[in-house]
Design a binder for this molecule. Sequence first.
Ligand code: ZN
Length: 51
Amino acid sequence: MCSVGDSFGVELEGGMEPRQYECNQCSKKFKGIGTNLRCPKCHSTDIKCIE
Ligand SMILES: [Zn+2]
């Protein structure tokens, strides 16, 4: 049996945890969930995950 009952280090399926992103256009840092994210400041989709 695997040790599945352990609650430490549990990862959510589907990548639903919020991640920190940074906009490549205006350097705005923000948190977002999902894949189709946009910068809340300049609405650019040219962002990168910095977490
Ligand atoms: Zn931006």
